[in-house]
Structure formats: structure tokens, C-alpha cells
Design a binder for this molecule. Structure first.
Ligand code: GRF
Length: 199
């Protein structure tokens, strides 16, 4: 199986995926920002990279259309959002229906959107975590593939909590991709994930 990974920054999840050797080919790493640190990492590992800068496009639709054109040039089986900080149009999401994956730093459906750790701390929750899910037009609400939970500790700051969760992201993200690339995952008619690896 071939995957393309989309990043916007350091790409630590992409790096963890590469290190985990998830049994698939990373055909390319693509970013919306030319200064994304993960691009240099991918290049140093001989992975093709590309930049589709959102600033070069007048609107979301034209950006997403160019992004899809570049992605499709690699003909991936799955498109993986890993720290990709753009909201994608329904047209883009529909084009990759059932093969577009995202990792989000919360236990969805709790804390959709941004600043999840600060919000969790502000609410005094005792358990927080991360989720890998299929992307649908309903932001951060797609079918869940895998989650991990961590305790929120008394003296946690946004940084200490984020670091504890990032560790778990780097474990569940490669696991989800491995399952996808070995055809263990399917969506049932109710839009729920069926995982043959767990049956
Ligand atoms: C991570 O917390 C991830 O869950 C979110 O973006 C953050 C940065 O990810 N989507 P990465 O280090 O760039 O992979």
C-alpha cells in the first residue's frame, strides 16, 4: 500500500510513522508551509516532498484542488493528515472518502477543534487523550479507528500534558496506519469502524 502524509510543522507523527515501519510505502510528504520542519526530515530519508502553499491560492477550493492534484500524482491508497493545520473543503474530503485519515489530540468527540490541551486543563478533566479517525465533512467527527487515554495530573501544564499525549500519538498513529495498510479496517453501513485485527 502507498500513503501520502500531509504536515504543516515539525511532523513528529510522520517521523514516528517512518520509524515504526508500518508495512507501507510513504510515497510523499506534502506540506502547506515551505518552512515545515518535517520536510527536511522526509528529504533526509529519501522521501519525495512537495509544498502547496495556501497563500498562493485565492480561496479554499482552489487550494484544495491543487493539493488534490499534487496528491493524486502519487496515486496513494490513503491520505494521512498528521499535524496538518488546514480545514479541508467537503469536495476534497469527498474525493478521498474512506481513505482520508487524521490524528487529533483529544478523546473525540470531546474537544474537537484547536487548543485541546488548554481546554481540557481549564475544564479540570482527569482523563484526556488522542484519536485517529477517518475524515468526513463533519470536522473532527469521523469514524474512530483507535484512541489512547492518559491521566491529567495535578501539576500538569499544557506542555506536560501535550508531551504525555504526543507519546501516545506516536504509538496509536503507526498502529492505525499498519491496520489500514494490511486491510484490517473497514467501515460498516452505519459508518462504524470494524477492525478485523481485534476479532
Ligand atoms: C499533534 O498534537 C497532532 O495531534 C496534531 O498536530 C500536533 C502536531 O503534530 N494534529 P506533529 O508533531 O506535526 O505530527
Amino acid at each position: 500500500k502507498k500513503i501520502v502524509i500531509l504536515i504543516s510543522g515539525r511532523g513528529s507523527n510522520m517521523q514516528a510513522l517512518l520509524a515504526a515501519k508500518p508495512g507501507c510505502t510513504i510515497a510523499a510528504v506534502i506540506s502547506n508551509r515551505a518552512d515545515a520542519g518535517g520536510l527536511a526530515f522526509a528529504q533526509s530519508h529519501g522521501i519525495a516532498t512537495a509544498v502547496v502553499a495556501h497563500r498562493d491560492h485565492p480561496d479554499r477550493e482552489s487550494f484544495d484542488a491543487e493539493l488534490a492534484r499534487v496528491i493524486d500524482g502519487f496515486a496513494p491508497d490513503f491520505v494521512i493528515l498528521a499535524g496538518f493545520m488546514r480545514i479541508l473543503t467537503a469536495g476534497f474530503v469527498n474525493h478521498y472518502q474512506g481513505r482520508l485519515i487524521n490524528i487529533h489530540p483529544s478523546l473525540l468527540p470531546a474537544y474537537t477543534g484547536l487548543h485541546t490541551h488548554a481546554r481540557a486543563l481549564a475544564d479540570g478533566v482527569k482523563i484526556h487523550g488522542c484519536t485517529v479517525h477517518f475524515v468526513t465533512a463533519d470536522l473532527d467527527h469521523g469514524p474512530i479507528i483507535i484512541q489512547a487515554a492518559v491521566p491529567v495530573l495535578e501539576n500538569d501544564t499544557e506542555d506536560t500534558l501535550a508531551a504525555r499525549i504526543l507519546n501516545e500519538e506516536h504509538r496509536i498513529f503507526p498502529q492505525a496506519i499498519r491496520w489500514l495498510c494490511t486491510d484490517q479496517i473497514e467501515l460498516n453501513s452505519a459508518g462504524r469502524v470494524i477492525n478485523r485485527a481485534n476479532t
